[in-house]
Design a protein around this ligand. Structure first.
Ligand code: C5P
Length: 222
């Protein structure tokens, strides 16, 4: 079977990483979470009190930063300069600032270079915002996952609750909308459906339905 490149893009909380992980497992492909790379840089920038709006400074910071995505028993670990920051990069401070760090073109170009290197052999499922448009424009399958903001906030709320974290549904809705707005309105490589991507509205689909639909699309192409 041909080893495909699969791009999964979409707004925050649409289930990209959950679905991408399951699809990659099923196909024995590698899964690359590009959001985790932007989150790791954001965590480092916040920890060193860097100016999150200074592109050339963030670029220099990134150049001296090592980010590894490691496969573990229960998913993926994110290793920043040798240290496991998998938990830290999911904090609300990182989540609410990552769009700023992901804005400057200098930062994105270096991230895209690293992501393209990871994908060069094919047999990858990569999720993010600009995978179909910039990172893997040659992907054989591009999926754009969407869901209503109410549904996405509710999923995040349920996930938090199940982990014992209390959150406010309305606040989650606001944060998700704001992050989408920043990601969609940035000038360079905004969140945007590629012309040749297949849009899947997952609002009333189960995770397994979405995975099966993507596997079906893969089987048509492999
Ligand atoms: O996917 P996740 O929600 O973890 O992504 C975090 C943030 O990283 C996004 O809101 C966006 O600002 C940025 N990002 C990006 N391009 C990607 C992946 C993520 O700009 N390919």
């Amino acid at each position: 079977n041909k080893k495909l490149k699969i791009a999964i893009d979409g707004p925050a909380g649409a289930g990209k990483s959950t679905v991408a992980k399951l699809v990659a497992d099923k196909l024995s492909y590698i899964y690359i979470d590009t959001g985790a790379m932007y989150r790791a840089l954001t965590y480092k920038a916040l920890s060193s009190n860097s100016d999150l709006h200074n592109g050339s400074m963030l670029q220099s910071l990134l150049k001296e930063t090592n980010i590894e995505l490691e496969i573990t028993g229960d998913g993926q670990a994110v290793i920043l300069d040798g240290r496991d920051v998998s938990k830290e990069i999911r904090s609300s401070e990182v989540t609410n600032n990552v769009s700023f760090v992901a804005t400057p073109q200098e930062v994105r170009e270096e991230m895209v270079r690293r992501q393209q290197e990871l994908a060069s052999e094919g047999g990858v499922v990569m999720d993010g915002r600009d995978i179909g448009t910039h990172v893997m424009p040659d992907a054989e399958l591009k999926v754009f996952l969407i869901a209503s903001v109410e549904e996405r906030a509710k999923r995040r709320y349920d996930e938090n609750t199940s982990k014992g974290h209390e959150t406010d549904l309305e606040k989650l809705k606001e944060e998700i909308s704001l992050r989408d707005k920043r990601d969609s309105e940035r000038e360079f490589a905004p969140l945007k459906k590629a012309d040749d991507a297949i849009e899947l509205d997952t609002t009333s689909m189960s995770i397994q339905d979405v995975v099966n639909e993507i596997l079906h699309l893969v089987s048509e192409r492999a």
